[in-house]
Design a protein around this ligand. Structure first.
Ligand SMILES: [Zn+2]
Length: 210
C-alpha cells in the first residue's frame, strides 16, 4: 500500500474539549466522504453505550477496545470484512491504551497507511504519565497540546482528584471508576498550593488543640 499515514497524539487535561475535537474531526471526515472509525478503551463495563459523546450533545458510535484487543489484527479484520481500509481512526481516552496497543497502532499507520489520532490525558491525578500516553509521547509522529485554563488564568496541567468536600486526594488507584465530577483540572501552582493549604489545615488542630 502506498498511502502514508501518521500517528497523532493530542493531549490535554480533563475538560479541555478533546472529545469535542474528536467529534469535529469525525464530522469533517463525513463531509469529505472519508472512511473513519471511532474507538474507545473500555474501563467501566457498566457504561455500556458504545458511543463517544461530548458535553454539547454531539455523539458518534464507536467500537470498544478491550485490554487484550490486538488493534493491528482488529484493523486487518475490519479491512477484510469491509474491503475498505479506514482513512482515519479516532481514539478517545487514549491514555487507557496499553503500550503494546500503541505499538500496534503505529504498525497500522506504517503498514496500512491509515491515520490514527489519539486523544487523551497526559497524566493521572498524581501527575504521573499514563501508560498509553507515555508510549504515544515516545513514538507518535505529531504531538499537540489541547490547552485549557485554570481558574487563576494559568494553563491547566494536573487532573486533580477531589473528594466529596472538594479536597484534593493524594492517594488511590490510578484508574478509579467514577464520574468526571471527581476531577478538576488545575495549573501546577494551584495544585501545589491547595495541597499545602490542606496539609496545614489537617495538622493545625494537633499543634493548637481547641
Ligand atoms: Zn491555577
Amino acid at each position: 500500500m502506498n498511502r502514508i499515514g501518521k500517528l497523532y497524539f493530542r493531549y490535554g487535561t480533563m475538560g479541555s474539549a478533546k472529545t469535542a475535537l474528536l467529534l469535529n474531526t469525525a464530522y469533517y471526515c463525513e463531509e469529505r466522504g472519508m472512511h473513519y472509525k471511532c474507538l474507545k478503551p473500555v474501563i467501566d463495563t457498566r457504561d455500556c453505550t458504545n458511543v463517544i459523546k461530548s458535553r454539547i450533545g454531539i455523539e458518534r458510535e464507536c467500537d470498544w477496545i478491550y485490554h487484550d484487543t490486538d488493534l493491528y489484527n482488529y484493523s486487518r479484520e475490519l479491512f477484510e470484512k469491509t474491503g475498505k481500509m479506514v482513512d482515519w481512526f479516532l481514539i478517545d481516552e487514549a491514555q487507557f491504551l496499553t503500550a503494546e496497543q500503541v505499538d500496534q497502532l503505529s504498525r497500522v499507520v506504517d503498514d496500512f497507511g491509515c491515520n490514527v489520532i489519539c486523544y487523551g490525558l497526559r497524566t493521572d491525578f498524581q501527575s504521573r504519565l499514563f501508560e498509553g500516553s507515555r508510549r504515544l509521547f515516545e513514538i507518535a509522529d505529531t504531538i499537540d497540546e489541547v490547552k485549557s485554563t485554570c481558574t487563576c488564568g494559568h494553563k491547566t496541567i494536573v487532573n486533580a482528584r477531589i473528594d466529596a468536600n472538594g479536597d484534593f486526594v493524594n492517594e488511590g488507584a490510578q484508574v478509579e471508576i467514577g464520574g468526571d465530577e471527581r476531577y478538576i483540572a488545575v495549573c501546577r501552582k494551584c495544585w501545589r498550593n491547595k495541597r499545602i493549604e490542606q496539609s496545614y489545615r489537617d495538622i493545625l488542630p494537633f499543634i493548637y488543640p481547641g
